[in-house]
Design a protein around this ligand. Structure first.
Ligand SMILES: CC(C)(COP(=O)(O)OP(=O)(O)OC[C@H]1O[C@@H](n2cnc3c(N)ncnc32)[C@H](O)[C@@H]1OP(=O)(O)O)[C@@H](O)C(=O)NCCC(=O)NCCS
Length: 220
């Protein structure tokens, strides 16, 4: 279960702001997850979710404490365009799974999802001190794979012919990023948070001028 203290009020990037979800976001979820284009990219089932399924998903996985879900808003306009989450938070092993859906198709391809992913990884590794973030993606979802590779995920596995779509079986890729991969790249991080506290790693660095302990220190 995701501890409430793990939820920031907001995480501010250059293009997007991540904010806590509010109950009124359900109407956007109804639209997004009823869209066959979104379903094609995000579901094993060949077709969109029903409204009762969307409501159950929203209350359990978005508002509930099973995962750390945040709404994605365009920073310039505040428009709500999607959702992203860390689920299966495992404190013993410092791991979680990442999920993202930009539900408004006209907002695809503008860099919003890639930046939202970077902001979530920064939160996961710098604040929560997690060690490993994994995800699954269908092999035909080239935009998503490109976005994940850009932020530092690498392909670790392939479930062959795991999903049937448009008359073919497609592989599903397992991708992951480890905290030391992220920290090696983090010079280009653009994270600012509303409370502007230093991250745990920044606090440790300014106190000791030492580099952040990797792997073993990542457990929580
Ligand atoms: C996947 C997703 C999060 C990516 O976010 P995004 O903001 O659209 O991605 P970006 O605009 O940063 O584009 C990422 C890369 O894909 C490329 N790209 C954009 N459209 C593309 C397309 N149709 N095909 C292939 N690559 C594409 C971009 O050029 C960019 O690469 P580059 O910077 O090297 O040029 C977002 O598109 C989304 O939520 N899609 C619908 C749901 C989904 O697929 N979720 C993921 C399930 S695993």
């Amino acid at each position: 279960m995701a501890h409430r203290g793990w939820f920031p009020d907001s995480i501010v990037g250059e293009l997007v702001v991540l904010r806590r979800h509010v109950p009124a976001n359900l109407s956007a979820f109804r639209r997004w997850y009823a869209d066959p284009q979104v379903a094609r990219l995000t579901r094993y089932q060949d077709g969109p979710m029903s409204w009762p399924e969307i409501e159950r998903f929203f209350h359990a996985r978005v508002l509930g404490q099973d995962s750390l879900a945040l709404a994605i808003h365009v920073r310039a306009t505040s428009r709500l365009i999607g959702t992203c989450a860390l689920s299966q938070l495992d404190g013993d092993n410092g791991s979680a799974l990442f999920h993202i859906t930009i539900g408004e198709p006209d907002a695809w391809g503008h860099g919003y999802g890639t930046e939202a992913t970077e902001l979530m990884l920064d939160h996961a590794f710098e604040r929560l001190q997690l060690h490993r973030i994994g995800l699954s993606v269908f092999a035909f979802n080239e935009r998503a794979i490109r976005s994940y590779v850009k932020v530092g995920f690498s392909v670790e596995g392939r479930a062959r012919e795991a999903v049937w779509r448009e008359g073919h079986y497609w592989d599903e890729l397992q991708m992951a990023i480890i905290d030391r991969d992220w920290k090696a790249r983090r010079g280009r991080s653009r994270l600012t948070t509303q409370d502007s506290e230093p991250s745990l790693a920044e606090a440790a660095q300014s106190a000791t001028h030492a580099s952040v302990a990797p792997a073993a220190g990542g457990k929580r």
